[in-house]
Design a protein around this ligand. Sequence first.
Ligand code: HOZ
Length: 428
Amino acid sequence: MRDTSRKLFDEAKKYMPGGVNSPVRAFRSVGGDPLFISKAAGSRIHDADDNAYIDYVCSWGPLIFGHARYEVLKAVAETAKNGTSFGASTPGEIMLAKIITGIYPSIDKVRMVNSGTEATMSAVRLARGFTRRDKIIKFDGCYHGHSDSFLIKAGSGALTLGIPGNPGVTNGTAADTLIAKYNHLDTVRELFEANNEQIACVIVEPVAGNAGVIPPVEGFLKGLRDLCTENGALLIFDEVITGFRIALGGAQEYYGVTPDLTCLGKIIGGGLPVGAYGGKAEIMDTIAPDGPVYQAGTLAGNPLAMAAGYATVSLLKNENPYPQLEKKAQLLEDGLKDVNSKFDIPIQMNRVGSMSCRFFADEPVTDLDTAMKSDTELFGKYFNAMLDNGIYMAPSQFEAGFISVAHSNDDIERTIDAHEKALGMILN
Ligand code: HOZ
């Protein structure tokens, strides 16, 4: 049934480490062979054997309108006709920068990069350069891409694959990354007290989305804001996932807390490789060529990514799909919960807007420790049973699922149905 994908995976393993270009894709924690995708449209992806699946990965978040949305494809195709990259400025960069700064009051100026990893890495360098301090605080289970400073107690693939410590990261770098517990403000306060005037920034996913989905508890983000202000440190929101996802203005709009710097990615590239970081002009002007903090990129502000991103953000601004997304996500959550009540399997349903996660755990998941109590083996069985029933989810307990504008009520019904079948299958 998935023979072609299996053959392709065998072939891929000869030429690429683990047969993949990003570890979670290898399906290691859920078992089975990864799908090779041949095409997608709307809410559906097709594998190389032409099996169709309702897709809840949505390219890990960027595809808020679903796959191959006409306006986005058109923007990319029309831009590509004039060339794909110049290593020089283009009007498209201004268009995307202008629409982003118009939507995010905390962002006066923005610098485009090529990925979320670059955005967070550069934002932290900027925070260090601006404050002239070395140490940073990050949270256990939060993932900010794969640059050295962040690969300590990281979420996503590092968590999924249980990769311990930080091979490849120097002890010096690791020593400058202080780890606090997500949703435990006291641990942040203690780190500030123990490292007086040494902390450049606190970086946080305002909704943790790489250890499953873990919403911030009441007062957590506001508490971070206050602690940063009191201690002269910058607050960085990594909104690579939440930006334009849980609200047009991201988590900072949703929760009403203003960071000093914001990292964006995913949706602002409309499915093409992109990242960005921005903030107050006073801070951003520290970046070269205006200031001494260096950061550059041959393909930064690439015209195709700018076009796809601008088309996507314009659609979001014009159509305001957020109430509709919330409705669909609620419908799905309610249906899944109804099914859950028929089975003797403890499942915690975490959700913020159109990002969600089902934890196979007994108790509410509010931090990394409680997330780690999930039954990952059971999740693996569930994942494969869902796949067999036509549903493509992130192949890890510790990732977020996304619903798009393209997901229909019929898709949601089918998903609830598949969920019931899958739970039945894993009990047998
Ligand atoms: N959690 C990652 C994105 N936020 C998964 C994508 C990947 O690593 O390939």
